[in-house]
Design a protein around this ligand. Structure first.
Ligand code: SF4
Length: 95
């Protein structure tokens, strides 16, 4: 399993989650990305990030609200194809 960053992060990017993650698996490119992404291959499911998010954007994979289901793939995709992940975010929430 992994934790997922969903749509409430888009255009907010508070980044409180980044500083509490013990394995440094939350990333984004400053000035380019509109949201942060959790690396599902590095996340150890500790849950530390979830309560830190001021907009409640972070969920355990099995607790992700259905309307944000696409963000499971989007978080993982960013780590293999950043442009494809960004395109999916832009399609779901136009800037
Ligand atoms: Fe990092 Fe833990 Fe959050 Fe996974 S659940 S992204 S390991 S803080």
């Amino acid at each position: 399993m992994t934790y997922i960053i969903a749509e409430p992060c888009v255009d907010v990017m508070d980044q409180a989650c980044v500083s509490v993650c013990p394995v440094d698996c939350i990333h984004f490119d400053e000035g380019t990305d509109r949201t942060l992404f959790i690396d599902p291959n590095e996340c150890i499911d500790c849950g530390a990030c979830e309560p830190e998010c001021p907009v409640n954007a972070i969920f355990a994979e099995d607790a992700l609200p259905a309307q944000w289901a696409a963000y499971t793939e989007i978080n993982a995709l960013w780590y293999s194809d950043k442009d494809a992940a960004r395109a999916k975010v832009n399609a779901l929430k136009p800037a």
